[in-house]
Design a protein around this ligand. Sequence first.
Ligand SMILES: Nc1ncnc2c1ncn2[C@@H]1O[C@H](COP(=O)(O)OP(=O)(O)O)[C@@H](O)[C@H]1O
Ligand SMILES: CC(=O)OP(=O)(O)O
Ligand SMILES: [Mg+2]
Length: 463
Amino acid sequence: MPKSILAVNAGSSSVKITFYTFDNPPRSIVDAAISGITAPPSTLKYQAGGRKHKEELKEKLGTAQDAFKYLLQRCFGDPELSEVASADDVEYICHRVVHGGDYRDAVEINDDTLGHLKGLEDLAPLHNFSALEIVRLCKAELPKVKSITFFDSSFHQTIPEAVRTYPINQEIAKANGLRKYGFHGISYSFILRSVAQFLNKPVEKTNLIVMHIGSGASICAIKDGKSVDTSMGLTPLAGLPGATRSGSIDPSLVFHYTNEAGKLSPASTSEMHISTAEDILNKQSGWKALTGTTDFAQIAVPNPPSEAHKLAFDIFVDRIQGYIGSYYVKLNGELDGVVFAGGIGEKSALLRRTLVDKCQCLGLAIDDVANDKGPGDEETVKDISKGSGKGPRVLICQTNEQVVGFDSFGWKALPRFPKLFDCLQDTEEWTIDAIEGDRLGTEVSTVVLGPGSADLQASGFRQ
Ligand SMILES: Nc1ncnc2c1ncn2[C@@H]1O[C@H](COP(=O)(O)OP(=O)(O)O)[C@@H](O)[C@H]1O
Ligand SMILES: CC(=O)OP(=O)(O)O
Ligand SMILES: [Mg+2]
């Protein structure tokens, strides 16, 4: 029986896994997620074929590793899932890792790469720790299955130097890797491809402002199919506020907030060190601090339950509006569309309407009926612009961070699906592992790719 590919998306409070068939195109076999790991009881969502199931778990799952183990056992133990009965049925495990430092592409896990990623863990402990705990677990307990890590930051390697450089001592900046990296790149890359296809434009000619707004929120300016700026920075704390994150503030604020800022936070463990300042700004701020809830659905309502809820909504709108204005200018006004994605972007008609109304001067307009209805289950991209005019489109994209293994950064490490090559729009020279038949070989050869998928399909890939 052909093997499957397992995609893992580990967050600070949730772990989502999807098994895909090793087919072309890949098909999702089972989707399973545990949320609320840090705030029990945890909830399990399980979907396989037509079966959908949600339950509160009695088991105490204190860590992302525990949740991952539970999910694996659940899938392997499902008598109706003959395709994934054990680790022997899995060819690759593809892990979403938020911070990939200078990595431009996905990497296969071995002792060297794991050592390097350990270094990055110190730079972004809040975001990389859970994912790397699962990578370590897979290496130890599923040693025959190759693990490949895909990074949120890779998509933003194209950000120009003046945008990614912080104006601080450059020797220290370089020695410590202090620069803007940007995140949510797996999502942006999925959105870019989906929207370009929807607009019938080549990816490399597509200009977008994309919002990935969920519990963690960011926005990205994409010019000619490349990220030219994004709101997150060295870590996912910068830029927009989120469920528990402050977003950008005056950095000196934290020293007025507490004189303990530089000390280790009580939330640190022997393996993971975070400062009190990081803990406050990442975990004790955002909607939670303003309103008591992390659920934006309770905030984005026509009649907010309190002044604080209204304020939280207005702050979010203000910050996003500021970025849209800035990115519109950075894109020289040449904009194909503004895209809403992420839990809030996809679900909150009120937020979309409020923002588009505030950006009317850029030629944005929304169709209220289409906006209120939102996208159907199977609709990846939905146009909610008013009229068929020439202005930039207003779009919703139901993003998918689980397609991590099928991302354009993953083609190199995975067997050759034509679908993967469809995603490649670059004209650069790439060095890849040679492919024997359908599987990865070990020789290395140079492949020159034509510009865009049409060329690729016409020429195959030339060695
Ligand atoms: N109808 C809605 N209106 C506004 N926000 C919503 C709605 N439904 C879900 N959300 C918000 O979406 C956020 C989760 O987004 P998601 O992208 O799934 O999160 P995560 O960053 O955890 O992956 C939560 O803050 C949730 O409250
Ligand atoms: C990068 C980031 O903030 O991720 P998430 O939205 O999953 O928290
Ligand atoms: Mg997310």
